[in-house]
Design a protein around this ligand. Sequence first.
Ligand SMILES: CC(C)(COP(=O)(O)OP(=O)(O)OC[C@H]1O[C@@H](n2cnc3c(N)ncnc32)[C@H](O)[C@@H]1OP(=O)(O)O)[C@@H](O)C(=O)NCCC(=O)NCCS
Length: 429
Amino acid sequence: MNTETLTISDNRTGKKYEIPIWQGTIRAMDLRQIKTSDEDFGLMTYDPGFTNTASCKSHITMLDGERGVLWYRGYPIEQLAEQSTFLETAYLILHGELPTKSQLDAWIRSITHHTLLHENTKKFIDGFHYDAHPMGILVSTVAGLSTFYPDAKDIHNSESRQVQTYRLIAKMPTIAAFAYRHSLGMPYAYPDNDLTYTGNFLNMLFKATELKYTPNPVLERALDVLFILHADHEQNCSANTMRSVGSSYADPFCATAAAAAALYGPLHGGANEAVLRMLNQIGSKDNVPQFIARVKAGEGRLMGFGHRVYKNYDPRARIIKQIADQVFEVTGRNPLLNIALELERIALEDDYFVSRRLYPNVDFYSGIIYQAMGFPVPIFPVLFAIPRTAGWIAQWEEMLLDKDQKIARPRQVYRGETRRNYVPLAARG
Ligand SMILES: CC(C)(COP(=O)(O)OP(=O)(O)OC[C@H]1O[C@@H](n2cnc3c(N)ncnc32)[C@H](O)[C@@H]1OP(=O)(O)O)[C@@H](O)C(=O)NCCC(=O)NCCS
């Protein structure tokens, strides 16, 4: 007898069904045969927010939320954060294996070669208002890039996908930096291809009148590690958006713009920005107990706490806390850190947070570091979107190559009116 099955007994009809179990899942379509009559549509699952639905098979990222474990392609995040670079990690995420020396050199060369933006792109960035949120500029500009690269529509061609991958990973920092400088009214700083990926990003953001910008090596490395930590996170809201939009065969620039839009929300990548605003609002360590009491009374959330999957300390938050010390040695300690530490201390002892298994997530400390490094608060979600682009593209390509995948199209439980006749305007009360 095959024990890898589930026997379902339908109490409405008394019928029994045997459903195969595969990798701890049952296929939702196997439920469709369970009907009360021939006219019955058949059983579906109801799962708003996909809380217990696997939407795909994936080989990219493994996340064990109970144990607080995160691997990219089998490599623990702690080892990558300590020993890898962002571009090497991006290669790993996209190709499945760590590169050889020559593969890595070629990969870095190809990314570096694509960092420039078409000059016309500057014109539409110029059109934004001076206080436009950089995430809005990023989302629109990435979508706009699809008009510059019509070849990106050739999504079933692996060579084309490769070129779009170079373009997207290379150009995201340039767009982000241009958006930032636009908000300050500063001239755009062009990429310096002698620098590393993160070194060049710092150059495009902060270069003033010096002929050559030299990034601080501690800050450059800290940003690189932060980028490694943000590179992928399996089927989160934005990865799911990337797959969903990509499943209609939209080009990868439009799909990435949609994913970035999903990331923008305060419950996802906008949380780092929300944490900073929250810490500023709390103002001092003494106000922390009062703030916690308000959260417990349901008057707002403790931003940077809680996660759909992690029911344990987010391993990325642990690494970020260590980076914070290195960064503060260069920049001086961000006074908001004291408030954050006190919030964490109280929350980790409080039954409200303990019983709901709410722990600090990646966004709780990242904003404090970004601020110490001189980044303005609105650019925080952009700092998340840049490295996550590698993950989005990997998820998109995996979706395209997976024979099981179809256009994303959920079902619904219709609860509206039954059929009724149109009432002419004059006859309505
Ligand atoms: C990440 C998040 C959206 C996950 O949400 P979710 O899996 O849908 O969890 P729920 O919203 O169902 O929360 C479960 C319970 O914990 C509470 N909760 C969750 N996150 C909370 C937070 N940050 N502060 C206070 N209470 C929180 C909810 O109110 C709920 O309590 P209840 O059972 O009494 O109603 C949520 O934890 C959150 O909003 N966190 C703050 C935003 C954030 O930091 N996002 C970045 C994620 S990387």
